[in-house]
Design a protein around this ligand. Structure first.
Ligand SMILES: Cc1cc2nc3c(=O)[nH]c(=O)nc-3n(C[C@H](O)[C@H](O)[C@H](O)COP(=O)(O)OP(=O)(O)OC[C@H]3O[C@@H](n4cnc5c(N)ncnc54)[C@H](O)[C@@H]3O)c2cc1C
Length: 382
């Protein structure tokens, strides 16, 4: 006999963990995760930056609504601070000044940044080349996130409220009958009226298994590598440095420097690995902008950032299929938006929106929005 739950969540990345933690006190929840451990895919592979000016305006709104959680998490959530301040520095060459000005002009950017000249940028990050940087924007409110502490904190919160995480449990089949979803894995079946699709790069495949129209969520590979910091330079206080056109970025990471070519190659969902060419591009671009020479790479990896066609996350009930909830398409912002997105998802499932979430852009996040081919309607949990 299938085990009965109130909510089945597919995927134990940051999305599944955050909604589970928010629901477990009031609902009997189970997370089904295909891999041997939670966080194996995108969640365990991020660059861990919290920036309130990254992404589009909907992403920024979710990130800002998540800020308090990171700085003042619930008692007992984690033994470690979840964030540690680290400025983000958006740099421009002479020929990119128009892009820098255009970026700074946006309403939900200009109050969060300070325009600085090249010499101040070089003071903040002395490895930048004086003949490369013409001007920059400094976001002092940005921070490094401790992704493992955040992710484990959510899983612990869920478990202590009675929720279950089942790993090595790939969902192979989804059916709906008598007002309940049935999720079948190799070993067992589970039933619940509500199913949450938090499957990251596999979100559209999960929809297809459930007989639901996919939303066009596209996984894109992003590469990262760790290299030595230059000897004699205290790099730990450098800001995260991001090219204004996002063709590369770098930041200190546990005594090393994390580099990325900011690649975005469309892929089929998989356990993605880095391509040598992307690694070489990252090294080349960073060497071009800085005085660094990079003789060897300590570590390299890649992960999938999954985007809806309008680059906005999808949070809400499917407009056409009862009990199917989307929590997907978090792109490159899934960690920094998780507190608000997880709380919103849980509130929509409970059909009880607290005052502090009412101001979130719920329509813009809805799977029924026009940008995703819907009619703009929002389905509720009825
Ligand atoms: C290089 C890189 C840098 C990034 N930098 C940042 C950053 O600085 N800041 C930020 O906020 N975000 C960043 N991100 C993005 C962030 O990592 C993602 O948005 C976030 O981790 C997505 O979480 P998720 O839970 O949706 O997906 P995932 O962590 O991929 O979790 C989905 C889970 O679903 C499981 N699953 C899929 N299909 C099934 C099935 N059939 N049955 C059971 N389980 C299934 C998978 O195994 C997986 O564990 C970065 C990502 C990358 C790759």
């Amino acid at each position: 006999m299938p085990e009965i739950f109130d909510v089945i969540i597919i995927g134990a990345g940051i999305a599944g963990a955050s909604v589970a933690a928010n629901l477990a006190a009031t609902h009997k929840v189970i997370i089904l995760e295909r891999e041997e451990f939670a966080g194996f895919h995108a969640t365990g592979r991020s660059a861990a930056l919290f920036s309130e000016i990254y992404g589009n305006s909907t992403v920024r709104a979710l990130t800002r609504a998540s800020r308090n959680f990171f700085y003042e998490p619930p008692q007992g959530f984690s033994e470690h601070p979840l964030v540690c301040p680290r400025g983000s520095l958006f740099i421009a060459r002479q020929d990119q000044l128009a892009q820098l000005a255009c970026f700074a002009d946006q309403n939900d950017v200009n109050g969060w940044v300070r325009a600085i000249d090249a010499s101040e940028a070089l003071q903040l990050c002395p490895i930048l080349r004086a003949d490369y940087v013409a001007a920059a924007l400094l976001e002092t409110g940005a921070a490094d996130m401790d992704v493992a502490a955040i992710h484990q904190g959510y899983l612990r919160q869920m478990r202590s409220a009675g929720g279950t995480l089942l790993t090595n449990a790939e969902v192979l089949e989804l059916t709906r009958s008598d007002g309940q979803w049935c999720a079948r894995t190799r070993e067992a079946s589970f039933r619940a009226p509500v199913l949450v699709n938090a499957a990251g790069a596999w979100a559209d495949l999960i929809a297809a298994k459930a007989g639901i129209r996919p939303l066009g969520i596209q996984p894109c590979r992003r590469t990262a590598l760790l290299v030595d910091t230059p000897s004699g330079i205290m790099a730990s206080g450098f800001p995260m440095v991001i090219d204004i056109e996002e063709t590369f970025y770098f930041k200190p990471d546990a005594g090393l420097l994390l580099l990325s070519p900011a690649d975005e190659s469309p892929m089929e969902p998989c356990d993605v690995q880095p391509e040598e060419l992307d690694v070489a591009i990252a090294v080349d671009r960073v060497q071009h902008a800085t005085t660094l020479t990079i003789p060897r790479i300590r570590k390299r990896w890649a992960g999938l950032r999954s985007f809806a066609p309008d680059r906005t996350p999808v949070v809400g009930f499917d407009p056409l299929r009862e009990g199917f909830f989307w929590l997907a398409g978090q792109g490159g912002y899934g960690i920094q938006t998780a507190p608000a997105a997880g709380a919103l998802a849980a509130a929509l499932i409970r059909d009880d929106l607290p005052d502090e979430l009412i101001t979130l852009p719920i329509e813009a996040l809805s799977p029924g929005r026009k940008e995703l081919g819907g009619d703009g309607s929002n389905r509720r949990n009825t």
